[in-house]
Design a protein around this ligand. Structure first.
Ligand code: GLC
Length: 475
C-alpha cells in the first residue's frame, strides 16, 4: 500500500513533468491519455482497440491480427511469482506494432506470474526520452522500474541503473547477446543493459516506380538518388501533387545525427571524431550538406526538417515517396496491407555513397535497464528477461521486423524468411562513443548544426562551429 501511494505520487510527477508535453507534441492525443490517469488504463487508452498512433500526428498503425505472444518460461515465472500481486512500472513507447506487442506481453506476464505491468508513455523520439529519463534519474524516482536505453546512452545512464549481474536471470541472458553489445552495456565493470533489439539504417525504394521510369537498379550513389528521385517525382506529380522523391529524418534530434553519420562516412568525410580528434569540418562534409540542403523543398518536403521516423515512414507507406531512409521496423509495416499502399512494390538496399566513399549504415538498437532506485528489482529482472529472451526476440523479429541481438535468433530460418534484409551486407558505423558521458551534448551540437543547414544555413560555417563545439567537449 505504501508503495502504491508513493508510486501514485511519483507517477503523477512523472507524467506531469514529461509525458504530457511529449505525447501532446507527437500525437495531439495527450488529453485522452491523461484524462484516464496513469498506468495500464492510460496505456490501453493510448493504444485504442487494435490501433495505435505512431510517431506523427498523421500516422496511424493498424495493429490488429498480431499472433499470441510467447508464454513466460518457468525459470522466469519462478522469480516473478515472489512479487505476485505487485505492480511493475514500465516505460514503453505505445506507438506502432511494438506498442501493441508490449500490451499483449503485459497481459501474458500478468497471467503467468501474477505481476501487473503498468505502462508509462515513452516518447517516440529518443532525444525526448533521454530528457525524460534524466529527470527521473536525477530526481531519484523509484519508477519506472524498467527503462529502454538507446545504444548510445548506457554511458550516460549507467550510474543510475542496477548492475544486472546482481539480479536473477538478466545478467545470464545478456551473455547470449553479441559480445559488442555486452561490452557497450558494461559501464565501469557493471552490466547496466540487457540488449533486446538491434538496428541499422538502409534505403527503402519503390520497385514499381524504378521500373516505370527506366531505372534498372536502386541508386548506388547520392547523386543517382537525387537524379532518380527528381525524375520519378516530376512524373508522379501529375497524378499526385504531394508526391516526393526522398524522405528521411531531418528533425533536430538524435535521428538526424544517425542520418548525418551515414552521409558523412559514405561521402568520405570521416566519422565526426577520428582517432580522438574532431574531423567534422572538411570539404566532403560541406559538399554533402550542400547536396542535402538542395533536397529540402525540392525532392524532399520542406517539412522534412521536422520529420522523425514515423513521419517519413508514413510518407513512404502511403505511397507518397519514392525513397526512404529508415530502420528495419518499416519492413513489416510496408509489407502489411492493413498499413501500406505499396505492398509488393518496395524493396531495400544499402544506403547510397558519394565519390570515394562506401555505403554506411548507422548502428542503432535498444537495451532494457533496471532503475537503480527500483523497489522491485527481482520482478523487473523477470520482466526484462521475458521481453528480451530468445522466444520474444524471435516473435518480434517475425512480427515487427526488428533485428535480434542474439546470433542464434538472427540465424533462425523463420526469422530470416521474414527479414530477407538481414543478409544485406553494409558497412556499419557507430556514433562517436569517444564523447562518453557527454554523448548527448555532442550529438545535440551535431543535429542542431545539420538541421540548421537543412533549414537554409551555411554549411561551411555550421561545420566550422560544430568542430569548435565538439572539440571543446573533448577537452
Ligand atoms: C532508432 C535506433 C536508435 C536511434 C534512433 C534515432 O530507434 O535504434 O539507436 O538513436 O532510432 O532516432
Amino acid at each position: 500500500m505504501e508503495r502504491d501511494d508513493r508510486l501514485g505520487r511519483e507517477m503523477t510527477r512523472f507524467l506531469r513533468n514529461w509525458s504530457r508535453r511529449d505525447f501532446l507534441r507527437r500525437t495531439g492525443q495527450a488529453g485522452a491519455l491523461l484524462a484516464t490517469g496513469s498506468g495500464v488504463a492510460a496505456f490501453l487508452e493510448a493504444c485504442g482497440t487494435g490501433s495505435s498512433s505512431g510517431g506523427g500526428a498523421s500516422s496511424t498503425v493498424n495493429t490488429s491480427g498480431l499472433p499470441a505472444v510467447p508464454t513466460v518460461a518457468s525459470d522466469v515465472v519462478a522469480v516473478a511469482k515472489k512479487s505476485s500481486g505487485k505492480t511493475l512500472v514500465v516505460s514503453q513507447d505505445p506507438s506502432g506494432k511494438g506498442g501493441q506487442v508490449a500490451k499483449l506481453a503485459a497481459a501474458q506476464f500478468e497471467k503467468d506470474t501474477g505481476v501487473k505491468i503498468s505502462y508509462v508513455v515513452a516518447p517516440s523520439s529518443t532525444s525526448d526520452l533521454y530528457a525524460q529519463y534524466q529527470r527521473v534519474f536525477t530526481s531519484k524516482a523509484s519508477t519506472p522500474d524498467t527503462v529502454n536505453i538507446d545504444v548510445v546512452y548506457p554511458g550516460a545512464f549507467g550510474q543510475y541503473l542496477a548492475d544486472l549481474k546482481s539480479v536473477p536471470l538478466a545478467g545470464d541472458l545478456a551473455q547470449k547477446s553479441y559480445p559488442s553489445l555486452v561490452q557497450n552495456d558494461t559501464v565501469s565493470g557493471r552490466l547496466v543493459g540487457l540488449p533486446y533489439q538491434g538496428d541499422f539504417g538502409f534505403l527503402y525504394y519503390r520497385t514499381d516506380l524504378l521500373k516505370k521510369y527506366g531505372f534498372a537498379n536502386p541508386p548506388a550513389t547520392w547523386q543517382e538518388l537525387t537524379d532518380q528521385a527528381t525524375k520519378i517525382q516530376a512524373g508522379e506529380r501529375a497524378a499526385s501533387p504531394n508526391f516526393y522523391g526522398f524522405v528521411f529524418q531531418g528533425n533536430a534530434y538524435e535521428g538526424l545525427t544517425c542520418n548525418a553519420m551515414e552521409w558523412f562516412v559514405s561521402n568520405g568525410g570521416g566519422n565526426i571524431i577520428d582517432n580522438g580528434k574532431v574531423t567534422v569540418d572538411n570539404s566532403h562534409n560541406v559538399d554533402f550538406l550542400n547536396l542535402a540542403k538542395s533536397w529540402v523543398g525540392k525532392i524532399s518536403p520542406s517539412g522534412v526538417t521536422a520529420f522523425i521516423e514515423e513521419d517519413s515512414r508514413n510518407a513512404f507507406t502511403t505511397g507518397s515517396a519514392a525513397f526512404l531512409r529508415n530502420w528495419p521496423y518499416v519492413y513489416a509495416l510496408a509489407g502489411d496491407p492493413k498499413n501500406s499502399k505499396i505492398v509488393g512494390n518496395f524493396d531495400v538496399a544499402p544506403l547510397p555513397h558519394g565519390p570515394g566513399g562506401e555505403s554506411a549504415a548507422t548502428v542503432g538498437g535498444w537495451q532494457y535497464g533496471i532503475n537503480g532506485q527500483s523497489a522491485l528489482k527481482e520482478a523487473a529482472a523477470a520482466w526484462i528477461t521475458y521481453r528480451a529472451g530468445p522466444d520474444f526476440q524471435k516473435y518480434s523479429a517475425i512480427n515487427t521486423t526488428v533485428p535480434p541481438t542474439m546470433d542464434a535468433v538472427s540465424k533462425d530460418p523463420d526469422v530470416l524468411k521474414a527479414n530477407p534484409w538481414l543478409s544485406i551486407q553494409t558497412n556499419r558505423v557507430v556514433r562517436p562513443s569517444k564523447l562518453g558521458t557527454k554523448y548527448n551534448q555532442g550529438s545535440t551540437f551535431i543535429f542542431q548544426a545539420v538541421n540548421g543547414v537543412l533549414r537554409g544555413g551555411d554549411a561551411k560555417s555550421a561545420l566550422g562551429q560544430l568542430q569548435t563545439s565538439l572539440q571543446s567537449l573533448l577537452g
